[in-house]
Structure formats: C-alpha cells, structure tokens
Design a protein around this ligand. Structure first.
Ligand code: FES
Length: 335
C-alpha cells in the first residue's frame, strides 16, 4: 500500500505476479519421479537404521567398551555409536523430507495477502480444503514405499526417548560406597598419572589445588565418576577440624571427592582467599577448612573426605577409602 500525499488517496500497488512455473524433471518424467521416490525411501531407511544403531548401542554395548580408531585414538564405543546412531536418525529423516519436498511434492508458488487476525469462515474452509488437496497431491497414497519407510523412521525416532527411562533405575544401592580407593593406594595427577609428593602442592601458589585419581587402573566411566579427588593445600593451622579429621590430612593437604553432594557436578572452583570450594552448577559452597562443610547452596552434606598420608617413598597415598558414599544425596544410601 502507498500513501499518495497529493491526492490523499491510498493507492494499491499492482500485483507483481508470480514467475513462470518451471517444471522439474520429476514433474514430467515418471522414471525420474520413481528414482526420486527410491532415493527418499533410502534416506528414511538410513534414518531407521540410525535409530536401531542407537537402540543397539544403548542396550547391548557395555558403557566401558573401547575401540581404537586411527583419527580419534582409543574411543568409547558405547558413546560413539549412541551419538552416531542418533545423528544418523535425525540427519537422514531431515534429508529425506527435504529431498521429497524438492523433487516430488507440488512446487507451485502461492501468494496470499495479509488479512485480519481471524480469517473469514469461508477462507478458513478454503484453507482446510487447500491443505487436504496438498496432502492428496503429495501422493502419499500413490507412493506406498515412501509412506512405509517414513512411518518406520518417524516411529522409531519417536520411540527412542523411551529408552532414556531406563536411566531411572536401578538404584545404585551400595555402589557409591565402593570406589577404587583403599589403604595404600597412591594418588596420581589428573591428567598425567604422575605420583604426587606433598611438595608438589604449594600453599597459596598456582599448584595449591590438584585433581587426582587412584594409581594403576584402567579407568572406566564409573571410575572417573566415583574416584576423582581434589587435593588442596592450605596452612595446617588454618584447619578447624576435630583430631580425627585432622589426622586424615597431611601437612596441610586435604583430599575431597570432586563429585558434588547435591547432584553430582564436578566441584572445581576454589577461592583461595576464603578457602571455599564452589560447585558451578547450583553454587553450593563448601568450606575447606571445616572438612567441606556446606555453607551455601542446595547441597545437603559435605563432600566426602579421603584420608591421606605418605608412603615409604614420600608419595601421597590413601589411608582408607572415602569416609562416606560419594555422589548426589538423592540416592537411597547407607551413609
Ligand atoms: S550439583 Fe553442585 S550445587 Fe548442584
């Protein structure tokens, strides 16, 4: 619409019209249309294959299965095929829909003018009729192969989220009490796997915090989740601990589970001036000087502490396993 100031009248722009419709090869050549139909079906079938791969990986490939690939090196097969399967399922369903639309669905351009918010009843009825006509033109009835493969692909993709319900159980029971820490287990750096001497950590310096794992083990996902430890060194006189807890530290070095007792995120932010450990997920804050007592946030209990000392060669070792079960508090637990 254009406002003509001289005449005060509103002038309607002329309709530029539609460009001439150009027929695609599939519009005029039945063999090309049949070929496109097969291509669309293959894409939907690949999507279905991707979903089956996802389901197979989720149920039958153990979580700690590793394979060697030249590009990525040692790779977790469970996660690789889960990701690959889901990516294939979604990618090929999209590719199939796009290819179908570009080659076989009607491609006549349609123009409509902007209207009042609610269309007239006859226009609404006309829209319903147009949609029905479009659906009929899409030719699903005439193309049973596409219909079946698309139904298979969509059905399987729709089913796959149900698999995630499996993660709701079973409860871990005593598993969170069982880690690879036992008396005499050396602490090694994460990353690097180097045994740690007390002198490797310096009070107030860059190396006052050190993530660690137990030495000498092939690490599976569960181990990484349950065994990871954070070593922090402060001045021994800064601790506010009872005699037993103090005996679990070594020359100002204290070790906590790195897994937040709220919902299991990695607690890895250390405020040097306040001696507070922060969980980045929901801001639970733990006081290092008081055995990781919760001073802020939703965590309901302190981080489990790993009693430490040194062995005959002067390397840090565990005196005993964690003092209580690691991980989130919402599990049923013995401790
Ligand atoms: S997981 Fe750490 S505060 Fe929520």
């Amino acid at each position: 619409m254009m406002n003509n100031e001289n005449s005060g009248a509103i002038e309607k722009l002329s309709d530029p019209g539609l460009p001439e419709h150009i027929h695609r090869k599939t519009d005029v050549d039945p063999r090309a249309a049949k070929k496109a139909e097969r291509q669309v079906s293959i894409l939907f079938a690949l999507s279905a294959f991707g979903t089956l791969l996802f389901i197979y990986s989720y149920i039958w490939i153990p979580e700690d299965t590793f394979i060697f690939l030249p590009i990525t090196g040692t790779t977790n097969a469970h996660q690789l095929f889960l990701g690959l399967g889901l990516a294939m399922a979604l990618f090929f369903i999209g590719m199939g829909a796009v290819h179908w639309a570009k080659t076989l669905m009607p491609d006549h351009e349609v123009v409509d003018y902007r209207k009042e918010q609610r269309s007239k009843d006859e226009d609404r009825a006309a829209l319903v009729a147009t949609v029905k006509e479009g659906a009929a033109n899409a030719g699903l009835g005439r193309r049973p192969l596409i219909k079946r493969t698309m139904g298979l692909a969509l059905g399987l993709v729709g089913l796959s989220p149900l698999l995630l319900l499996r993660d709701l159980g079973p409860l871990p029971e005593n598993e969170l009490n069982e880690t690879n820490w036992k008396a005499g287990t050396r602490l090694v750096t994460d990353p690097g796997d180097r045994p740690i001497r007390p002198s490797d950590l310096e009070v107030g310096g860059v190396a006052q915090v050190q993530p660690a794992f137990p030495q000498g083990k092939v690490r599976h996902l569960d181990d990484i989740a349950k065994d990871s430890v954070l070593l922090i060194r402060i001045r021994p006189e800064e601790f506010n601990l009872d005699a037993e807890r103090l005996s679990w530290t070594y020359q100002g070095i204290i070790a906590f589970s790195k897994i937040c007792s709220h919902m299991g995120c990695a607690v890895a932010l250390y405020e040097q001036t306040t001696k507070h450990l922060l969980c980045p997920c929901h801001q639970s804050t733990f006081d290092v000087t008081r055995a990781a007592k919760v001073i802020f946030g939703p965590a309901a209990r302190p981080l489990p502490q790993l009693p430490i000392t040194v062995d005959s060669e002067g390397y840090l070792v565990a005196q005993a396993p964690f003092n209580e079960a690691v991980g989130p508090s919402f599990w049923e637990r013995d401790s």
